[in-house]
Design a protein around this ligand. Structure first.
Ligand SMILES: C[S@@+](CC[C@H](N)C(=O)[O-])C[C@H]1O[C@@H](n2cnc3c(N)ncnc32)[C@H](O)[C@@H]1O
Length: 301
C-alpha cells in the first residue's frame, strides 16, 4: 500500500502522469477506518470522524459562545467561505445566523449534510486548497479556516494564506482557528502520544502545533492589517466539568481514529498504544490538563 507523500506528480516526456499514479486509489481502509490518500491529511474521513468533528464543533461553541470572532454583523449580504468545512456544521449554523449571507463550504468531499439541508443560502463545493481555491479574486467578505493543522504541510501555509487572501475582498476578514495536538502539561503517556503524532505528521511535512506559528505567518503578510491572535485554554478531563469531559472524549476519539495508521506506519504496538491511551486519562485528571486553541483574525487591506 502506498500513502500519498505529497510529492509533485512525475511526468513523462510528453507531460502525462504515469499509469501507476493515475490508478492510485484516493482512499484506503485500515481496521475499518477510511483515510484519503490523495491529500496529506492525517485524520480519518468516515462516519466516526464526522461524529467527532460535530461533537468538537459544539463543545468549542459552548466554550467560546460564538462561531466567529471577526466582526461581520454590519455587512448587509456577506459572502462567506469555510475552507476545509468538514461536516458542514459551521456552514449551516452561519447560514442560519446570517440569513442574508451566502455561505460556501469547501472540502475534498461534499459533507453528508448537503443531501438534506434546507438552508438555501448555503452551498458546498469540492476543492483542494493546496491546489488553489476555485473562486475569483476578491469574492468573500469573510474567509474562515478551522482545524487544518492536520491537513496542510508546514511549508504550504504561506501559500495557502496567500490563497485565502486572494479570494477575500479588500476590507474583508480572514479567520484561522487551530487547536494544538499536545494536551498540557505533558505527562509520560501524553509525551508518548504527542511524539507519535509528531513523528507521523513529520512524514507528511505537517507541523501539528502550527497554531503557535499563526502570529508569525500572518505577520509575514503586510497586506493583512488589524492582525489579532488570541489563545483559549480548554480544560480536558472531568476536572474541567462538562466541557472538559466532552473535550477528553473528543481527543480520545481522535486518537482512536489514528491508531490504525500508527500501528501500520510507525509500527506502534497496539497494546502499547492502548496502555498509553488509558494512562493519559489519569494524567489529565491529576494535572488539570488543558488544550490550547489559537484564534487569529486579520483584515485584507
Ligand atoms: C479536522 S477537519 C476540520 C473540519 C472543520 N473545519 C471543523 O472545524 O470541524 C479537517 C478538514 O479538512 C479537510 N481537508 C483536508 N485536506 C484538505 C485540502 N487539501 N483541501 C481542502 N480540505 C481539506 C478534511 O477533509 C476535513 O474535513
Amino acid at each position: 500500500m502506498s500513502w500519498f507523500p505529497f510529492r509533485k506528480q512525475k511526468s513523462t516526456q510528453q507531460g502525462k502522469v504515469t499509469a501507476k499514479e493515475e490508478s492510485q486509489p484516493i482512499e484506503v481502509i485500515l481496521q475499518g477506518r477510511r483515510y484519503r490518500q490523495d491529500v496529506p491529511y492525517v485524520l480519518p474521513k468516515d462516519l466516526g470522524e464526522i461524529n467527532r468533528l460535530d461533537f468538537q464543533h459544539h463543545l468549542l461553541k459552548q466554550a467560546i459562545k460564538t462561531n466567529h470572532i471577526a466582526s461581520i454583523s454590519h455587512i448587509t449580504e456577506p459572502m462567506i467561505l469555510d475552507v476545509g468545512c468538514g461536516t458542514g456544521r459551521w456552514v449551516l449554523e452561519m447560514g442560519k445566523e446570517f440569513p442574508q449571507a451566502q455561505v460556501n463550504g469547501l472540502d475534498v468531499e461534499i459533507p453528508l449534510v448537503a443531501q438534506e439541508m434546507q438552508e438555501a443560502n448555503c452551498a458546498f463545493v469540492v476543492g483542494n486548497v493546496l491546489k488553489g481555491l476555485p473562486f475569483p479574486d476578491n469574492t468573500f467578505d469573510y474567509v474562515h479556516q478551522r482545524f487544518l493543522a492536520s491537513a496542510l504541510p508546514a511549508n504550504e501555509w504561506p501559500r495557502v494564506l496567500k490563497e485565502l487572501m486572494r479570494v477575500t475582498k479588500p476590507g474583508g476578514w480572514i479567520e484561522l482557528v487551530e487547536l494544538l495536538h499536545r494536551v498540557e502539561p505533558l505527562g509520560v503517556a501524553g509525551k508518548q502520544m504527542s511524539s507519535w503524532i509528531e513523528q507521523f505528521c513529520a512524514q507528511r511535512g505537517i507541523q501539528p502545533a502550527i497554531g503557535e506559528n499563526l502570529a508569525d505567518l500572518l505577520a509575514a503578510l503586510p497586506e493583512l492589517k488589524e492582525q489579532q491572535v488570541y489563545h483559549y485554554d480548554l480544560p480536558v478531563g472531568t476536572w474541567g466539568g462538562h466541557g472538559g469531559q466532552l473535550l477528553a472524549k473528543s481527543h480520545l476519539s481522535a486518537y482512536a481514529g489514528v491508531k490504525p495508521i500508527y500501528v501500520e506506519k510507525l509500527q506502534v504496538n497496539p497494546a502499547n498504544f492502548d496502555a498509553v491511551y488509558v494512562a493519559m486519562l489519569d494524567e489529565w485528571e491529576k494535572a488539570h490538563a488543558y488544550s490550547r486553541c489559537y484564534f487569529a483574525i486579520a483584515k485584507k487591506q
